[in-house]
Each structure stands twice: as structure tokens, then as C-alpha cells.
Design a protein around this ligand. Structure first.
Ligand SMILES: *[C@@H]1O[C@H](CO)[C@@H](O)[C@H](O)[C@H]1NC(C)=O
Ligand SMILES: *[C@@H]1O[C@H](CO)[C@@H](O)[C@H](O)[C@H]1NC(C)=O
Length: 414
């Protein structure tokens, strides 16, 4: 049989399989009144409303909310952009400077346009975007999928999606965080896609961050609508809140991938509510979870200790790894948890987290973390910045203090 006839036979076989699959869907659709056809992705290439190419790796940057709440203005946003560059954070990949709630006047202008709050952003958002862009950074902004934002100091975008998306694009906005307050009881699965379409029509690639709080399991539908989706309620600057959110976000690990990421909320590192070790756990879990790394402290006045955490290049590299697979908890023994996930080049990242009250010896076993049992690895400690002298085979043990972690990248050598 010639190459061509073999190709034709294979093509025919593929078509038969596809027709059979379609037939099953149609039968199912008839049985469920059409729902089946809508929910199954028969044509995967068309399933994304959002195809902006912006989230190959999780976004990195800063957001005003965790530290400043509503107390924001154009001078502190500019100073923050300056500090992101002067501290070296920009070089490490932190590029979004994101303005959260409270940036606009409480009413729109006579044409229905958003107006920057005159008392705090007198030069307007376009001028701020120009300033931030000149530093090589990107500007993010905030709106809400309801009638007002959560602070109730400014309008939301419900009913104004097309207009607001065009306004943001005309200002040079690069990122939109879209909140879920005052939503008039309309489902997020109805409200959010309207803004997705509006952004796609606005003529500028804008990262779309769904801040839906996990209300309707956005991990299940977010990748078609946004570049990231909040899986949880707001974080607070405490160990309990942070670990609670980490647990909830881990549940959805299988849904994260390049183009769309689970978002367990912004970082609290540097805000003072946790110990140094706890912040290291926070940053490590966010990194292996492929979470957006959005700094939430005042970078204009940042302690060296905080910079050492946020600026750990090796941990950032895990977050930004091209494979884009979110790590999971692979083993829990009481308060002792082993988290692990694959990285590019056959490497594995392992995080040993001790949630308990006392120091413990912890072990990661190869069969739990996805390495063949006889593999010998080089184990690099990402917080000590050095490889273990011994090359472990079969397992790796480490002593981990209370509310602390050890983080390793394992590279098979034989
Ligand atoms: C701008 O905001 C910062 C941070 O909240 C504050 O310290 C500063 O006084 C504000 N400046 C103006 C001009 O309002
Ligand atoms: C770890 O592996 C070594 C051999 O490489 C073995 O001797 C040891 O018993 C293992 N430890 C645990 C806790 O499984």
C-alpha cells in the first residue's frame, strides 16, 4: 500500500471516530435538551473567548489593595513603579503595577465614561500609564462586574462593559482585575464573559483577572473567560488565612495551565502579620502553585528580609517554569505535608511544609512525587541556594521547623 492510500485510510478512520463522537453528543444533547452540545467542547480550537496570549506563565507584579486599601493616589503609584525598578524587582520579572479599588469618581461623566478621581489622580490614568510604561512596566486597573465596586466609592462595569474596555484600552491599560461585588444576583458565568468579549474587542491585549472569589468554582470555566481566576475569598495577613487559602486553591490544581491560572489572592509578604518562616512558606506555596505573584506590601519602604523572599530568583523560576503545572499535596501525615509537582527538563519541585507546633524530620518518597524509585538526583535547596552534598536516591529527608518549609528542585542524574 502506498503512503498516500495509507494516509487516506487513516483519515477515514479519524473521520469515523469523530462522527461517532459527534453522534454520541447529539444523542446526549437530545436527551438533555441541548445542554450536552454546549458543555462538551466539540471544536476545541473555538472554545476560548479569550485568546490574548498573555499568560504563558503566571503574572508577576504589585497591587495596591493588601497594604493600602483605598488610600491610593497617583504619586504613590509612581513611587511604587520607581521602587519596583530601583529594588531590582522589575529585573526579576515583576512588571505589573496594579491599581485596585477606589481610583475613580463616584459617578461617570455625561457620556457614561469612567472618570479618574480628581483629588487623588489629578493627571488621569493615561498619564500614569505613560509614566509606568516609560519605566518598562505595565499598568493594571480594577473594576467590578456589578453596579458598584466593593468599596462602593465608584461605579462597576455592569452594563458598561464595552465602553469601559475601550476606555481602559485607550488609556494603555495592560491588566484588569474584575471583582464580584454588588452583582444584583446575576451569575458570574453570565457577567464575566461579557467583559471578556469587550476586552477582545477593545484593540489592546489586556490580562483579564477574574476576581469571583470561588463562588461558582471558576476553575471549571475560567480558562475560557480569563487569564486567572480567584479560587478563594480574600487573604488576610495571618498564617491561618494563608494556609486555608493555599488548601482551597490546591483542590483545583488540575485546572491551571499556560494561558489561565488559579489565583489564591495576592501576597502578604512584608505586611508584618506573619513570621519570616511563615512568609517563606507563603511565597513557596504560591510559587509552586503557579499562582500570580502580586506583591502586596509597600515596596517604597521594603525591608531587606522581605526583598530576600520576594526576590528569590530560584523560587521565581519555579513559578515561571515553562511546563506550567501546578504542584499538589502528595502526602499528608498530620501536620506534615509533602507538596510536589513536575518542572521542565524532567525535574521535580518538592516542598516540605511543617504546619505543626514543633520541629520535625520529614521525608519525601520518590513514589509519592513522581520519580522512578531507583532514580538518583541532585537536590538543590532553593532557600539555602545550594545543592545537598549527598545525592539522594529513593527519598529525601530534611528537618523542618514549626511553620516553616524546605524547598528543593530534584534533577535526575541517573
Ligand atoms: C498618597 O498615598 C500615600 C499612601 O497612602 C499617602 O501616604 C500620601 O500622603 C498620599 N499623598 C497624597 C498627596 O494624597
Ligand atoms: C531512604 O532511602 C535510603 C536508601 O537510599 C534507605 O536506606 C532509607 O531507609 C530510606 N528512608 C526512608 C524513610 O524511607
Amino acid at each position: 500500500m502506498g503512503v498516500n492510500s495509507r494516509r487516506i485510510l487513516m483519515l477515514m478512520a479519524k473521520m469515523m471516530l469523530l462522527s461517532a463522537a459527534l453522534l454520541m453528543l447529539v444523542v446526549e444533547a437530545a436527551a438533555t435538551g441541548g445542554e450536552g452540545l454546549i458543555h462538551k467542547n466539540i471544536w476545541p480550537e473555538r472554545r476560548n473567548l479569550l485568546a490574548n496570549g498573555l499568560a504563558d506563565t503566571p503574572p508577576m507584579g504589585w497591587n495596591s489593595w493588601n497594604h493600602f486599601g483605598c488610600n491610593i493616589n497617583e504619586s504613590m503609584i509612581k513611587e511604587t513603579a520607581d521602587a519596583i525598578v530601583s529594588t531590582g524587582l522589575a529585573k526579576l520579572g515583576y512588571k505589573y503595577v496594579n491599581i485596585d479599588d477606589c481610583w475613580a469618581e463616584s459617578t461617570r461623566d455625561e457620556k457614561g465614561n469612567f472618570v479618574a478621581r480628581k483629588s487623588t489622580f489629578p493627571s488621569g490614568i493615561k498619564a500614569l500609564a505613560d509614566y509606568v510604561h516609560n519605566k518598562g512596566l505595565k499598568l493594571g486597573i480594577y473594576s467590578d462586574s456589578g453596579s458598584m465596586t466593593c468599596s462602593k466609592t465608584m461605579p462597576g462595569s455592569l452594563g458598561y462593559e464595552e465602553q469601559d474596555a475601550k476606555t481602559f484600552a485607550s488609556w494603555g491599560i495592560d491588566y484588569l482585575k474584575y471583582d464580584n461585588c454588588n452583582n444584583e444576583g446575576l451569575k458570574p458565568t453570565v457577567r464575566y464573559p461579557i467583559m471578556t468579549r469587550a476586552l477582545m474587542n477593545a484593540g489592546r491585549p489586556i490580562f483579564f483577572s477574574l476576581c469571583e472569589w470561588g463562588d461558582m468554582h471558576p476553575a471549571l470555566w475560567g480558562s475560557k473567560i480569563g487569564n486567572s481566576w480567584r479560587t478563594t475569598n480574600d487573604i488576610t495577613d495571618t498564617w491561618l488565612s494563608m494556609m486555608y487559602i493555599a488548601d482551597m486553591n490546591e483542590f483545583y490544581a488540575d485546572f491551571a495551565r499556560p494561558g489561565g491560572w488559579n489565583d489564591p489572592d495576592m501576597l502578604e509578604v512584608g505586611n508584618g502579620g506573619m513570621t519570616k518562616d511563615e512568609y517563606i512558606v507563603h511565597f513557596s506555596i504560591w510559587a509552586i502553585s503557579k499562582a500570580p505573584l502580586l506583591i502586596g506590601c509597600d515596596v517604597r519602604d521594603v525591608a531587606k528580609e522581605t526583598l530576600n523572599i520576594l526576590g528569590n530568583m530560584e523560587v521565581i523560576a519555579v513559578n515561571q517554569d515553562k511546563l506550567g503545572v501546578q504542584a499538589k499535596k502528595v502526602r499528608m501525615e498530620g501536620d506534615l505535608e509533602v507538596w510536589a509537582g513536575p518542572l521542565s527538563k524532567y525535574r521535580v519541585v518538592v516542598l516540605l511544609v511543617n504546619r505543626g507546633p514543633s520541629t520535625a524530620l520529614m521525608t519525601a518518597h520518590w513514589d509519592d512525587i513522581g520519580l522512578p524509585p531507583d532514580t538518583t538526583v541532585v537536590a538543590r535547596d532553593l532557600w539555602l541556594h545550594k545543592a545537598l552534598r549527598q545525592r539522594p536516591a529513593g527519598n529525601l529527608s530534611a528537618t523542618v521547623a514549626s511553620h516553616a518549609c524546605k524547598m528543593f528542585v530534584l534533577k535526575p542524574v541517573s
